[in-house]
Design a protein around this ligand. Structure first.
Ligand SMILES: [Zn+2]
Length: 243
């Protein structure tokens, strides 16, 4: 049976024209989100989906455009849908995700104190891979904010989804994939995202020709020609990739 990657959002964190850079893996066995930023409900609605359609969520790293939607999903899964979603993340982000981010909002409810596991079935990874819904995921450490764990995903050895990262030439050259969704920023300098120039200069042709660029600013149209020539193009919301 076919599986699909759906781009729910492909905007930079400051974008007002695109949703947060989040995706979904759709399978006959269940649907998994990759990240849940603060625009997630609207992004799902745009694709005729809702929290009720989500069975699992993988978190790449703890930034608002990737995790702030978890607060809403937690409450609605528990109190509206009476549904336990599996939340998957690497153990290295547990402290940031629960104690430093979500607990301030989710830690107390009408019934008293609430734990992380009162909302989600937690799958806290100690290794660099997992399998869910007949799909294999390999966690690929990427280089985003210094000293902050961030993971891209290699999906069924076919799709590489970078999450937020600077250019990672040495890593990407070791991976085998048919298609790639890679972070880009259209600003000239950025210490935590890959600039367009860094990708143009550092990545080999055969990699660039398999790459869609995502997480871009609202000014993207003026870069369209350059990007279409050197890469597969910009990712777009509603884009579906069969794998
Ligand atoms: Zn980030």
């Amino acid at each position: 049976m076919s599986k699909q990657l759906l781009i729910l959002g492909c905007g930079h964190s400051e974008s007002i024209t695109h949703f947060n850079n989040n995706a979904a893996i759709l399978t006959p066995y269940g649907n998994m989100l990759i990240d849940s930023g603060h625009t997630i409900k609207h992004a799902l609605h745009k694709q005729n989906m809702s929290i009720a359609n989500i069975d699992a969520i993988f978190i790449t790293h703890v930034h608002g455009d990737h995790v702030f939607g978890l607060e809403r999903i937690a409450y609605e899964a528990k109190f509206i849908h009476n549904k336990r979603i599996t939340l998957i993340f690497h153990e290295s982000i547990y402290q940031e995700l629960w104690h430093e981010t979500l607990k301030g909002s989710l830690g107390k409810i009408g019934e008293g104190e609430a734990k992380f596991s009162d909302y989600f079935d937690l799958n806290i990874l100690t290794e660099d891979n997992f399998t869910i819904f007949d799909t294999k995921y390999q966690l690929i450490p990427v280089k985003h904010t210094p000293n902050k764990s961030t993971f891209g995903l290699l999906i069924d050895e076919k799709i590489f989804y970078s999450s937020d990262t600077t250019a990672i030439k040495d890593t990407i050259n070791t991976l085998n994939f048919d298609i790639c969704f890679h972070d880009v920023t259209l600003s000239e300098f950025n210490p935590v995202h890959a600039t367009l120039d860094s990708l143009l200069v550092q990545y080999p042709e055969h990699i660039k020709q398999k790459m869609f660029l995502m997480s871009y600013e609202d000014s993207f149209e003026q870069y369209q020609e350059t990007v279409n020539q050197a890469f597969k193009g910009f990712a777009y919301q509603g884009q579906l990739i069969n794998f």
